[in-house]
Design a binder for this molecule. Structure first.
Ligand SMILES: Nc1ncnc2c1ncn2[C@@H]1O[C@H](COP(=O)(O)OP(=O)(O)OP(=O)(O)O)[C@@H](O)[C@H]1O
Ligand SMILES: [Mg+2]
Length: 256
């Protein structure tokens, strides 16, 4: 059974139709890369999947359960539950500048523990200690243990992005989404972030990666989706898409 299933997703802003019926599915542990020219709707698709935007039409299923269907009311509790299924890593890292690296990673899980244990101080204290241990493990995983007490402004772009990845993992999302995770980085810092993503693939994390790094997409993806003008214009394995593009649009895109 597919871990994620997207059906007929539509989204418009005012009169501009940005997504015009997107369908795809992902198995557990699969990596899909989304490529396509600027304005084709890649970010909007990720934002709809993460519920940072609400699609106008369509359905989203996780493990066979419908978690979103247009026309059905969404309570804020349900919205929070749905958001927890997905993690998002943004182009510009979006770390909280006033918090240290460790605090950035612990913040969201701590808020959840606070909500969950309300006045049970003993449980809360225990939970926070677990969250701290998990955050340290995540920092080790992205190779930044020695930066735990630094502030984001004291880190390179590549280091900041690795913290952002650890932060996204801290809530144990089922599916991790990346929106051009290396496009704000100098070329020499790109490799360290791509390496972390390679490591996640090896540990079976399901991922959706919007990227302009074609070689990386080819290497790391099980499937590539080419978006054009709000639709999926072509979809297939890396070699199907990159070595044998069928549509004129993709051929032109790959030449650029
Ligand atoms: N909040 C919004 N309000 C109005 N229009 C929007 C909004 N978000 C996106 N758009 C429009 O939707 C279209 C698709 O934008 P989107 O950011 O999804 O493209 P993209 O494929 O991610 O492009 P890029 O490669 O430049 O990041 C664009 O025309 C954009 O101007
Ligand atoms: Mg974008």
């Amino acid at each position: 059974m597919a871990e994620l299933e997207i059906k007929n997703l539509h989204k418009k802003f005012g009169k501009t139709k940005v997504l015009k019926g997107i369908d795809f599915s992902l198995e557990k542990g699969e990596v899909v890369s989304i490529i396509g020219s600027s304005g084709s709707g890649k970010t909007t698709l990720l934002r709809c999947i993460n519920f940072l935007e609400i699609a106008d039409e369509g359905e989203i299923k996780v493990d066979g359960n419908t978690i979103f269907k247009s026309g059905e009311n969404i309570t804020s509790k349900k919205m929070q539950e749905m958001q927890l299924l997905f993690g998002m890593v943004f182009q510009n890292f979006n770390l909280f500048p006033q918090y240290t690296v460790l605090e950035n990673i612990m913040l969201a899980p701590k808020l959840h523990a606070k909500q969950k244990y309300k006045n049970d101080f003993k449980m809360k204290k225990e939970a926070v200690e677990n969250i701290r241990q998990q955050a340290l493990t995540l920092l080790e995983r992205v190779g930044l243990t020695d930066k735990k007490d630094n502030y984001p402004c004291q880190l390179s772009g590549g280091q900041q992005q690795r913290v952002a990845i650890a932060r996204a993992l801290a809530l144990n999302p089922k599916i991790l989404c990346f929106d051009e995770p290396t496009s704000a980085l100098d070329p020499e810092l790109t490799g360290e972030v791509l390496n972390v993503i390679r490591g996640l693939k090896n540990s079976d994390t399901t991922m959706i990666v919007v990227t302009h790094e074609m070689e990386f997409a080819k290497e790391v993806s099980d499937k590539i989706i080419f978006m054009a003008d709000g639709i999926i214009a072509e979809e297939g394995t890396p070699s199907q898409l990159m070595d044998n593009p069928k549509t004129e649009r993709l051929i032109n895109f790959l030449q650029k």
